[in-house]
Ligand binder design. Structure first.
Ligand code: IPE
Ligand code: IPE
Ligand code: MG
Length: 246
């Protein structure tokens, strides 16, 4: 369905992050099981991926499962993992047709082995595609990502002679280099659906200067038109990065 939102001429974000929240409440309001909400949420993610690809957005990070989401019931967690696995298997053609590259952010340790294998295969299979890059944040936590980045930096420092292993070697650049996808630019726009106003541990390092956009709409109901509204709002923002308007 075409949206009626008219985008301005100012640049679109290069990198959008989405906290896809509200699946459970969407289901509860319809007297369905929470798992049904996740199923609809995943279907919607595919629509929004296609919309972002049509707009030639270079990078889209989707918050699929946080390091804190393991606190949910085994049934819900198992269902989400099963959905992800099935999606990666069934939708590879969709990604291929649209020349979309899949990547992963998050700790593979702690994810079920079969999910990791499926993720690795999807990443490998789509590695050469030059279209939209979709980063699946799965077993992802912003704090965890920073801790792992610092550990990677320390591990690389350990290869240097003792006298060069000084605390000054821990720099912003060094920590960035240790992130899961250091080549991907910081998100310009972070969207959260579902009416909550918090980051829930999403892209803490990379989001330092992201523009935030909150929507009351529950994720399964969030449309391409809502994405266009978020982009139009982004185009109105004045980004100063701590400096002054020229
Ligand atoms: C987001 O929807 C999906 C995940 C966190 C996996 P929720 O499941 O958090 O939905 P609400 O917030 O309970 O409605
Ligand atoms: C954030 O949503 C995680 C994802 C959307 C994957 P949550 O529903 O887990 O966040 P809280 O618990 O409301 O902060
Ligand atoms: Mg939620």
């Amino acid at each position: 369905m075409a949206s009626s939102v008219v985008l301005g001429s100012s640049p679109l974000p290069r990198h959008i992050g989405i906290i896809m929240d509200g699946n459970g409440r969407w289901a509860q309001r319809k007297n369905l099981l929470r798992t049904q909400g996740h199923l609809e949420g995943l279907k919607n993610a595919k629509k929004i991926v296609k919309a972002a690809s049509d707009l030639h957005i270079p990078f889209l990070t989707l918050y699929v499962f946080s390091t804190e989401n393991w606190k949910r019931t085994a049934e819900e967690v198992g269902f989400i993992m099963g959905l992800v696995k099935q999606h990666l298997k069934a939708e590879l053609d969709f990604y291929r047709e649209n020349r979309i590259r899949i990547r992963h952010a998050g700790d593979p340790e702690g994810l079920p082995r079969d999910i990791v294998r499926e993720l690795e295969e999807a990443c490998e299979d789509t590695r050469s595609f030059e279209g939209l890059q979709v980063i699946l944040a799965l077993n992802y936590g912003g704090r965890d990502a920073i801790v792992r980045a610092v550990r990677r930096r320390l591990a690389s420092l350990e290869k240097e002679p003792l006298e060069k292993r000084v605390p000054e070697k821990i720099t912003e650049e060094g920590i960035r280099g240790g992130l899961d996808n250091p080549d991907i630019p910081d998100p310009d726009l972070i969207i959260r659906t579902g009416g909550e106003y918090r980051t829930s541990n999403f892209l803490l390092w990379e989001g330092a200067y992201a523009e935030y956009y909150f929507s009351e709409v529950l994720w399964p109901d969030w449309t391409e038109g809502d994405l266009h509204s978020a982009l139009a709002a982004y185009q109105e923002r004045e980004r100063r990065f701590g400096g002054r308007k020229p």
